[in-house]
Design a protein around this ligand. Structure first.
Ligand code: ASP
Length: 440
C-alpha cells in the first residue's frame, strides 16, 4: 500500500486534478491520498490558504470579505464543473462561512482549504473522504498524540479502504481544529504513511526530485536519484530547500522510503530518500558526491597567540564564552598551531561588531585577532565520500585550478560532508566548478 501526498501546485485547478487522477489510477497500490489546498496556478496567483488567512484578518478587523470568498468559490467551482463532480461545493463553502464570526479560530478557517479540496478529490477518485479532524489528534500542548491518531486512522482505513484525507490539520480532543505550521500537509502525509505502515510515501510536487545543486547557480543540474536522511540533513542545513526534517521523522523511524515525484512529469523517477541503501550503484560510486549546497554571508575571526601550546583549551573556552555572551552562533572552529578561527553568520554580528572585537583584543592571552567578513560556506555532501581517498584532493585541485582561494576547510566526523569557506565573490563560481568536476 502506498501513501501519496499532493501539494498545492498539483491541485491548483481541474487540469491538475486530472493529472492526480491519472497518477492514482495507474497503480492499484495507491490507496491512500493526502491533499493540500489548491495552490498557485501561475506565478502571481493566490494560494487558497493565503486567501483564507486573509479572510480571517478581515473578520478580525470587521471588514467585508465577500470578494475574497468569491475568488475561493470560483476556484473550487471550476474544479467541480470541469471534473464533472456532484459535490455541491459552493453550498458547502457558503454554509461554512455563514457560521463564521469573530470567535471562529484562525486555524479552523485556514484548514478549510484542505477540507474542501479533499471532498472534491474523494468524489473524483471514487475514494472515501475521511476528515483529518476524525483521526489526527493533538494533545492540548500542541503535540500530536501518535497513539490515538494511529489507532483512529487504522480503524477508519479498515472501514473505508481507499481514502482521501486532508493534510495540514487535525483536532484537539475537544474537537477544536488545529493546524500544523505552513506547508504542514507534508507532515500529515508522513504520519499517514507511518501509521498505516505504507511500503512507500510518495510526495508529489512540481519538481522531479531534489537537485544536486541550486538551479539558479548551475543550469539544468542533475536530479539526485537516491539520498540518505543524513545526507539530506547536511544538504538542508546548508541551505538546500528540501523536505523539512520534522516532516520526514515519522516515516524515518519506521524505515519507510520517501519518493519525491513530479505531478507534471509522472514518469520521472524522482528522488528516493532512505535511511541507507544496501546496494551501490556504479554511477553513484563513481560520482562520489550526492549534492552541493552553500550559504553566503559568514564572517571569520582569526585569533593568534604565539606558542599557544597547552593554553589553547583555556583560550578557546574564553573566546567561545564571549561568543556565547554575545549570542552569536558558532558554525566552525578550525584551528592551527598558534591560531584558531571562529566562523559565524555575519547577520548575528549586527551592531555588536566593535564591542566584540574590543573585548577580544583586550584579552591578554591574545596576540592578535582579525575579522574577515564576506565568506561563503560550501558543503560538498556524499555518502560515497566516507572513508574513500582522493575526494578532498579533487575538491582542492578544482578550486585551485580556477584560482579560487579557500579560506576554511572542515570535514564532518562521519566523512559524508566536506565544508569549504571561500569569499562571497567566488561563491557561485566555486559551486559551478565543483559541480562540473564531480557531476558532469
Ligand atoms: N495549504 C497549507 C499551506 O499553504 C499547507 C500545505 O500546503 O502543506 O501552507
Amino acid at each position: 500500500m502506498k501513501v501519496l501526498k499532493f501539494g498545492g501546485s498539483s491541485l491548483a485547478d481541474s487540469t491538475q486534478f486530472a493529472k492526480v487522477k491519472g497518477i492514482v489510477d495507474s497503480e492499484a497500490a495507491r490507496e491512500t491520498v493526502v491533499v493540500s489546498a489548491p495552490g498557485k496556478r501561475y506565478s502571481g496567483d493566490n494560494k487558497i490558504t493565503d486567501l483564507l488567512y486573509l479572510i480571517h484578518a478581515h473578520i478580525k478587523y470587521g471588514v467585508a470579505y465577500d470578494n475574497i470568498l468569491s475568488m475561493i468559490k470560483e476556484r473550487y467551482a471550476e474544479i467541480r464543473e470541469s471534473c464533472g463532480l456532484e459535490t455541491d461545493i459552493e453550498k458547502i463553502i457558503d454554509d461554512t462561512f455563514a457560521d463564521i464570526g469573530k470567535s471562529t479560530s484562525v486555524d479552523f478557517i485556514a484548514s478549510r482549504g484542505e477540507y474542501f479540496c479533499a471532498l472534491l478529490m474523494a468524489e473524483y477518485l471514487g475514494y472515501s473522504f475521511v476528515d483529518a479532524a476524525d483521526w489526527l489528534v493533538f494533545d492540548y500542548d500542541g503535540k500530536v498524540d501518535n497513539k490515538k491518531s494511529e489507532a483512529k486512522l487504522r480503524e477508519l482505513k479498515e472501514i473505508y479502504g481507499r481514502i482521501v484525507t486532508p493534510g495540514f490539520y487535525g483536532a484537539y480532543p475537544s474537537g477544536e481544529i488545529k493546524v500544523f505550521p505552513r506547508g504542514g500537509s507534508d507532515i500529515t502525509g508522513s504520519l499517514v504513511a507511518a501509521y498505516l505502515g505504507a511500503e512507500i510515501y510518495e510526495n508529489w510536487t512540481d519538481v522531479s526530485g531534489i537537485l544536486m545543486v541550486d538551479p539558479r547557480i548551475v543550469k539544468d543540474p542533475k536530479t539526485i536519484a537516491r539520498v540518505t536522511y543524513d545526507e539530506l540533513r547536511e544538504l538542508s542545513y546548508m541551505g538546500a530547500s528540501v523536505l523539512h526534517e520534522d516532516t520526514v521523522f515519522p516515516v524515518r523511524i519506521k524505515d519507510i522510503p520517501v519518493n519525491i515525484r513530479n505531478t507534471n512529469a509522472p514518469d520521472d523517477p524522482g528522488t528516493i530518500i532512505c535511511e541507507e541503501f544496501d546496494d551501490e550503484l556504479e554511477e553513484e560510486h563513481e560520482r562520489f558526491i550526492t549534492g552541493i549546497t552553500g550559504k553566503r554571508n559568514f564572517s571569520i575571526i582569526n585569533i593568534y597567540k604565539n606558542k599557544i601550546g597547552e593554553n589553547k583549551i583555556r583560550l578557546l573556552r574564553q573566546v567561545l564564552e564571549v561568543f556565547d555572551r554575545y549570542d552569536i552562533p558558532v558554525e566552525q572552529v578550525p584551528s592551527g598551531i598558534d591560531s584558531f578561527s571562529v566562523v559565524f553568520p555575519s547577520a548575528s554580528l549586527k551592531s555588536r561588531k566593535y564591542d566584540l572585537m574590543h573585548e577580544l583584543t583586550e584579552n591578554d592571552n591574545i596576540d592578535n585577532c582579525e575579522l574577515t567578513e564576506g565568506v561563503s560556506l560550501i558543503a560538498i555532501v556524499g555518502r560515497q565520500m566516507a572513508y574513500r581517498t582522493g575526494v578532498s584532493g579533487k575538491i582542492f585541485r578544482a578550486l585551485g585550478e580556477n584560482k579560487i582561494n579557500i579560506r576554511t576547510i572542515e570535514q564532518g566526523a562521519d566523512e559524508i560532508n566536506i565544508m569549504v569557506g571561500v569569499y562571497d565573490k567566488d561563491f557561485e563560481k566555486a559551486v559551478r566548478v565543483l559541480y562540473d568536476s564531480f557531476a558532469r
